[in-house]
Design a protein around this ligand. Structure first.
Ligand code: SER
Length: 851
């Protein structure tokens, strides 16, 4: 049934001339957005006019969304309401300045009543209180008595504090008074009797950061309908969780815990079913369990699910089994779930295992506090359990219930409130905020054109200038800023590779150095450091630093080869998690669950070099995305690809979707050396490597070092010489062990031997030796080794007390120390006072012995 809804929706809008878009990644490119949280996210810049509208100005999609943090903070509600989810699918149709209210309403009505077949007698709609136009249009379809006017709170939608927005109109289904005891008889409340199924937003404005509204270039449409709720309604279910989307997952939980699912007490089952879906998709799309950011949200989701498993009596990793069910269920629509299934399950199970260890620690803190509490369990400890050990309040409350002990909720709440304030202050990217950042006006400037491939020099006009902060300026006298050229030979930073460098000059006189090239809203900008004044309209010679670019190309192509070899050796679950390509090094992050061995790294290095040596030709082609996928081209999550993509391959050594610069033959890379492999976060490894000129320099340095060592050790065979040195060193240690200095001049005072001297070696050993040798003895030694002065004192059968004795003498040397009566140690600083200290030590001893 549910698959039917998705395909019916997309099919319906395709038949009305809409382009079908794939669900964009859950991790949006917009860095201020935590997760994709609505269908319109991928079209935001089109609505605001920053990107021109596509040739087909209407689109439709079924978008995976996550709402698990930030303003919506839906996480804590999930499981306890019929409709909240961390992950859900939003069906939407969009008009980019094409049709508006009239048509949007007509489409929605036709789809709801004719395609889905909802009975008109149970449908209601809401419009914004000021929107007479929408009211009029709706009146043509539905009895005006069923149209409610609502205020800003309910019927004005905007993406975040800033961004595209407008009044909206919502379609509601009345599920019947009899089913809900008449308790919820209004719209926009928390109740479920009147259920909103579709939100039609009439995008008209853009909210600016100062709160003001500016009109969008063209009024547009953004609609969103929750797939899960429509599925539940059509299946006649009261809760989304009762639908065929969630029930197989809930049944699986029931079979694992051995207790049947009952709706009334079933929150834990629902939490697990919901969270397993987020875990599956987030892992599949390249999010990793982490201490911060998106990875932390993923970790919180997993932990919440595991704790609810604990409540159900499951005491071992189990969530991965539910996640597996998600992969099976959703794999036909989202095939990457099946492709990455092994990796997803492994990561999930590993993280669950780790959390069980914390869970146990939390349990012991709980037990300890329980013993100390009389009739009230500390709110602070409950908060610590929540915050540090990831125990939700309901888990703690449930455990307390068994012991009939209350919780100091007020203190818990005030700790929570305090933390919320801290979090609000520190995490701005709360999931809904959007900022345009700098260079706002670039969007309205004409497109820069890129000089033809492999043209590194051209004459071009300066079409815009910006200062360091992105403020538009007419001229730049000297210093740093940004320049936009009408035609640019400079290639912008992208796909991990840094941007081009070069020069701007006028009749052979250098005007500015280009230190970087970036792309903003699809326009290429050079970061410049000018030495002479530069103005808009100036016609200059632009020249790329070809040597720099060539080294970037080599490192970029080497990155592709490394990716290919990693997948070849370690399996296709390895996927790129990040990459940095510079002219003198590359860094490649990839998903893998353990460190690589020396042998593996050697093999990877060998294989990459083998591809380099065999001089494979690069093949760079434009093709349709479907054809590229069919050919097995690797694509990245988080990248937005158009219908036509650029595919880069090196004969049989890998095929990737990539927009960057490469060498034309792998032989040009020259060489490849891995410098380092380490972990960056759980499940993500990083390899750093060099090639080309930097690789050559690395090899030269290594050879130079080898040469230096050979001449130091006077050998051609380094390893043999080092082995010999190690052997000799061992032998020497053996020989000196047990040998201690014994040649002291001793003084006899009565029948006590007095030894006060400078010494070498292990002071304690010497003292022990002398104490064994004489029946009555007092020893004080000063050892002055490696610019450090240390003192030891030991006595046997004499009235002298070592601790007091050494303390007085150490002070003469500017130090301090002490110890037991029979043995003590100290340190000193001033070596020039050693003779005086020895003298004083003797005087002290003589006095004590004669006393
Ligand atoms: N953007 C609107 C929403 O999220 C409609 O798609 O509700």
């Amino acid at each position: 049934m549910k698959l039917d809804i998705r395909s019916k929706f997309l099919g319906f809008f395709a038949s009305k001339g809409h382009q079908v878009y794939e669900s964009m990644p859950l991790i949006p490119q917009d860095p201020t957005l935590l997760f994709t949280n609505a269908g319109m996210v991928q079209f935001k810049d089109i609505f605001t006019g920053k990107i021109s509208a596509p040739s087909i100005p209407r689109g439709t999609s079924s978008q995976l969304c996550i709402r698990a943090g930030g303003k919506h903070n839906d996480l804590e509600n999930v499981g306890y309401t019929a409709r909240h989810h961390t992950l859900f699918e939003m069906l939407g149709n969009f008009s980019f300045g094409d049709y508006f209210k009239e048509q949007a309403i007509a489409y929605a009505w036709e789809f709801v009543t004719e395609v889905l077949g909802f009975d008109k007698s149970i449908l209601y709609v809401t419009v914004h209180e000021s929107d007479d136009e929408a009211f009029e249009i709706w009146s043509k379809h539905i009895d005006p008595a069923r149209i409610k006017r609502m205020g800003d709170k309910d019927n004005f939608w905007q993406m975040g504090d800033t961004g595209p927005c407008g009044p909206c109109s919502e379609i509601f289904v009345d599920q019947g008074e009899e089913n809900f005891n008449g308790e919820e008889d209004y719209f926009g409340g928390d109740g479920d009797r009147f259920l909103e199924i579709w939100n039609l937003v009439f995008m008209q404005y853009e909210r600016q950061s100062d709160g003001s509204l500016t009109p969008l270039p063209k009024p547009s449409i953004d609609t969103g309908m929750g797939l899960e709720r429509v599925a539940a309604l059509l299946e006649g279910k009261r809760s989304n969780f009762d639908s065929s989307i969630f029930m197989p997952l809930i049944d699986k939980v029931a079979s694992l815990c051995g207790k049947p699912y009952v709706y009334e007490n079933g929150a834990s089952y629902r939490v697990i079913a919901d969270h397993a879906r987020s875990v599956a998709f987030l892992l599949a799309q390249g999010v990793h369990f982490d201490k911060e950011g998106r990875g932390y949200v993923l970790r919180r989701i997993l932990r919440r699910a595991v704790r609810h498993g604990y409540l159900l009596g499951i005491k071992k990793p189990f969530l991965f089994e539910i996640v597996q069910e998600v992969c099976t269920q959703m794999g036909s629509i989202y095939p990457y779930l099946l492709e990455k299934q092994a990796y997803i399950l492994e990561q999930c199970k590993y993280e669950e295992k780790r959390f069980y260890e914390t869970l146990e620690l939390g349990m012991s803190l709980f037990q300890k506090e329980l013993q100390d509490s009389k009739d009230c369990f500390s709110g602070e400890v409950a908060f610590k359990l929540y915050d540090t050990y990831g125990f939700p309040l309901d888990l703690t409350l449930d455990m307390l219930k068994e012991h009939s002990i209350d919780l100091d909720i007020a203190t818990f709440e005030s700790c929570m409130q305090h933390q919320r304030e801290l979090a609000k202050a520190s995490w701005k990217g709360s999931g809904d905020e959007v900022s345009d950042g700098e260079f706002g006006i670039i969007a309205s400037l004409p497109q820069t054109s890129l000089a033809q491939d492999n043209v590194h020099q051209c004459t071009s006009k300066i079409s815009a200038l910006f200062d360091e902060n992105g403020k538009s300026i007419q001229s730049l006298t000297q210093g740093q800023g940004w320049a936009m050229l009408e035609i640019t030979p400079f290639y912008a930073q992208g796909g991990g590779a840094i941007g081009d460098r070069g020069w701007l000059s006028n009749s052979d006189i250098q005007i500015a150095e280009v230190i970087d090239t970036r792309s903003f809203f699809g326009k290429t900008l050079c970061q410049i450091h000018s030495t002479s004044p530069i103005c808009i309209g100036d016609v200059l010679e632009a020249e790329v630093d070809v040597k720099h670019q060539l080294e970037v190309r080599k490192h970029h192509s080497a990155t592709h080869l490394l990716h290919f070899v990693l997948r070849d050796l370690l399996g296709s679950s390895v996927s790129q998690a990040g990459s940095l390509v510079q002219s003198n090094r590359l860094r490649f992050d990839f998903s893998f669950h353990r460190a690589l061995s020396e042998d593996e790294l050697k093999e990877i290095q060998n294989k990459v070099n083998a591809i380099i040596i065999s001089c494979k030709n690069a093949c760079i082609e434009q093709m349709g995305i479907d054809q590229a996928k069919q050919k097995g081209a690797m694509a990245l999550f988080g990248e937005k690809y158009g219908e036509v993509v650029r595919v880069v391959g090196f004969e049989d050594a890998g095929l990737e979707l990539c927009g960057g610069l490469h060498v034309s033959n792998t032989g040009m890379i020259g060489n490849f050396y891995i410098l380092k492999e380490n972990g960056v976060s759980s499940g993500v490894r990083r390899i750093e490597a060099v090639c080309g000129q930097a690789g050559f320099e690395f090899a030269c340095d290594t050879l130079r070092l080898e040469q230096e060592l050979k001449s130091m050790l006077k050998t051609q065979n380094l390893s043999q010489a080092i082995l010999k040195l190690q052997e000799e060193n061992k032998q020497l240690k053996k020989e000196t062990k047990g040998k201690i200095q014994t040649d002291f001049s001793e003084e006899k005072v009565g029948d006590t031997y007095l030894i006060i001297s400078q010494a070498q070696g292990d002071g304690k050993e010497i003292v022990d030796h002398l104490k064994n040798k004489y029946p009555k003895v007092a020893v004080l030694l000063i050892l002055n080794q490696e610019e450090k002065i240390s003192l030891v004192a030991g006595v046997k059968n004499t009235p002298i007390k070592s601790g007091a004795w050494i303390k007085e003498i150490a002070q003469i040397l500017g130090g301090n120390g002490g110890g037991r009566d029979d043995f003590a140690t100290a340190g000193g600083k001033d070596a020039s006072k050693i003779p005086q200290a020895l003298q004083q030590a003797r005087d002290y001893a003589l006095k004590a012995l004669k006393a």
